[in-house]
Each structure stands twice: as C-alpha cells, then as structure tokens.
Design a protein around this ligand. Structure first.
Ligand code: AOS
Ligand code: ZN
Ligand code: ZN
Length: 388
C-alpha cells in the first residue's frame, strides 16, 4: 500500500484555483437568485476566496474573468490578493457578451470583428503582465446555427490566425489554455467542440498552448479520464475546469454528480505525473452556485477534489501494474475500487489538524462569523455574469 506520509506530503502540494465568478450572484437564463452578502467588487471576491483558502489550505489562487473583474489598477489588485494570502491565477477572456459577436468572435467572417476579439485577448495578456498571472484561459462561444451558414474550414483558419497573433504576444513564462465544449451557445457547429480540435490548434501554435478539460463540456457517456490520460501523455494537458453535470454544462459542485468519475480522472492524473509541479497542470474550478451558499459551496468543492485526490493517491500502483501485467482483470479492478472505497475523511481531518487548521473546513467557516459579517456589511452584491 502507498505510504501514508507520502500521501500526506503529496496532498500538501495540491493547489486548487477558485473562480471569481463563483462568489457572485448567478443563475440560469430564467432567473438569477440574489444572495445576501455577495461581493460587490473584485476585492470583495478576493476576500471571500481568502476564506476558502484559510479553511482548506489548498486554494491560494483565484481566476479572474475580464471584463467582469475590470479594475483600474491590476497590479494593485494583485497586491491586495497577496495581503489576503491569495494570488491571482488565470485570466479568463470574454468574447461572448457583445452584440458584435452574434456570428462569432475570433472565427467571425468579418475581419473587423475578429480584430476586436483579438484586441480583447491581447488586453488580457497585458492584464496578465500586471497581475503576474501565467495562464490565459480561452473559451469561445463561436459556432453556427444552420448548415451552410459559414464555412467550417475557413472558420478554423480564422481561429488559427487569431490565436497565433495572441500566442506571439505571450511572455516566455505565460501560457494559453484553450477550452473546448461540444455545444452551446451555437446549435449546429461549434468551432472548438472537442479535445481533438483544441489539441490540433494548440499543437500548431507551440508549447505554450495547451488544452483545458472542463468536465461539464462533454457528451453524456464520454470517457473523460481517457482524454486526460492521452493529453498528459502528449504533454498537452494545461488544466481543468472542474464542475459537475447531470444534463448539460450545469456547473454544479465538482464531485457532486459523479464522485467516481472525479476519482477516475484524478487517478489518471496521479498515475501519469499530472500532480508533479513540473507538469504544470492548473486545477481550476469553473462553477456557479445558483441556489446554495457560495463560500461554503466552494469550500465543499475544494474538499471534494481533495478527497478524490487522496483516494487516487491511495491506489497501490505496484499492485495495479502487477495485476495488469498478468492480465488479472478482477484484481486490477479491485485495486482501484479499494482505493475509491476508502473513507479518507479521517486522514484529511488529521492532515488539517497537523497544519493547525480546523479538521472540518465547512464547520470551521460556519463558526468563523464571516458569513454573518458579509451579510450585514455588503448590500447590493455583484452579478457573476450568468450561470456560464
Ligand atoms: C463556458 O462554458 C466555459 O466553461 C468558460 O470557462 C466560461 O468562460 C466560464 O464558465 C465562465 O463563464
Ligand atoms: Zn469552463
Ligand atoms: Zn462551461
């Protein structure tokens, strides 16, 4: 069995990035349910993210979304984050909330619209320079609704050209992470629908372009861990947008719909070096908490990833390899299931206590008084954008 001290040491290296938009009000296209105490400014989002980090110990980074998190002085925002014991993570671009983008952004048939979209992406890199962020995370709502509406290959060419311009602008230690999603908002074609398209675009761009796997962006039944294993093998897994789905891109708490799938994904990550700092996989959440309290939901999500990680680290890889080599199907499967069925909560409570933390982050946060304070002090909270 894996050595528990080694498992605990590996857990100490884990870093999960939480999304600024997860702290704001969000909803569906039918209704946004406003909650008391939600942040009114990017700084207040950072204040809340700092609470998540304080009670979990593994969530020191916060992703920003531009223009939702626009401020006058990004360096000052990064300094504010540091004062709160967190730091700014990926910069997420937004080329999907402007009338000009009705027919697409970086794939739009009109070069003027493409230029506008690229200018926005370049501005995001400027922001990265100011904040010290290393990752530009790109998701494009581009696509078509009707057969014949536009030329599929020409749109790929426009995408490649637009991305190349932004790629050239990246600093040596900056990356571009290209997300894919097989549907929504377009109904017929989507310009980056799957990992293959993202991979092909990234491969042509170079080493600083990698694929992001958003766990909510696949057709039902897709074997996501298989995609993860292949991308790790190619050195092209840039990161995750973690969330859960029952039907579409639900953006529910990671590990809530299918904790076994999360375990299987993290097993492939663990087995294929994805937790090694050199591999540089960004473990991000991309969630919206429409009906549940936001900070406790983010804490719960971080804990769900941590629990699945602990189980993945408990897989006896030697026993697994032996069983696989001898073709012992039942033992191979049993090795995985033994790890998955282990209750790691006592181990994690002990791990937290060893670090001077509350053994139960949800209870620790509830007892802290922070929720009561923000409900009393903040009036008129910010909207996250929507339930994206
Ligand atoms: C959209 O479905 C993607 O998941 C993006 O990551 C998006 O930018 C994010 O959800 C915030 O809206
Ligand atoms: Zn996403
Ligand atoms: Zn999404």
């Amino acid at each position: 069995m894996p050595d528990i001290a080694a498992v605990k040491a590996a857990l100490a290296n884990q870093r999960i990035e939480t999304p600024s938009w997860g702290y704001g009000n969000s909803g569906t296209r039918f209704k946004v349910f406003a909650q008391a105490g939600v942040p009114r400014t990017p700084r207040e989002k950072l204040d809340d993210a700092a609470q998540v980090h304080e009670f979990t110990g593994i969530a020191p980074k916060v992703s920003l979304h531009i223009p939702w998190d626009t401020v006058d002085d990004y360096a000052a925002l990064a300094a504010y984050a540091k004062e709160r014991n967190v730091e700014l993570g990926a910069i997420n671009s937004n080329t999907f909330q402007d009338d000009d983008y009705k027919l697409g952004s970086v794939c739009h048939p009109d070069p003027k619209v493409r230029r506008k979209a690229v200018e926005h992406l370049l501005e995001c890199v400027d922001i990265m320079d100011a904040t010290g962020s290393k990752d530009l995370k790109l998701w494009f709502a581009d696509g078509t609704n009707y057969p014949g509406q536009d030329d599929i290959v020409a749109r790929q060419d426009r995408l490649a050209e637009s991305l190349a311009t932004v790629y050239e602008r990246l600093g040596d230690d900056q990356r571009m992470l290209l997300e894919y999603k097989f549907f929504e908002p377009a109904f017929y074609t989507t310009d980056v629908p799957d990992w293959g398209t993202s991979y092909l675009q990234c491969m042509k761009l170079g080493d600083k372009a990698q694929v992001v796997v958003d766990t909510g962006h696949h057709a039902p039944g897709t074997n996501i861990e298989y995609i993860v294993a292949l991308l790790l093998r190619e050195g092209k897994l840039g990161g995750f947008d973690f969330n859960s789905r029952f039907y579409a891109d639900d953006d529910l708490m990671v590990g809530s719909a299918d904790p076994f799938q999360l375990f299987r994904i993290l097993h492939e990550v663990a087995k294929n070096g994805g937790f090694d700092p050199e591999t540089n996989v960004a473990f991000m959440l991309d969630q919206c908490h429409n009906i549940e309290a936001k900070i406790p939901a983010v804490i719960r999500s971080v804990m769900n990833v941590q629990e699945a990680t602990a189980k993945a680290l408990l897989v006896d890889l030697d026993a697994l390899r032996d069983a696989q080599a001898t073709g012992d199907v039942l033992v191979s499967n049993a090795v995985l299931m033994d790890a998955y069925n282990t209750d790691v909560r006592p181990l994690l409570a002990e791990w937290r206590e060893e670090r001077g933390m509350h053994p139960n982050p949800v209870a620790g946060y509830a007892a802290s008084g922070w929720q009561e304070r923000i409900v009393a002090e903040r009036v008129g909270g910010d909207q996250a954008g929507w339930g994206a």
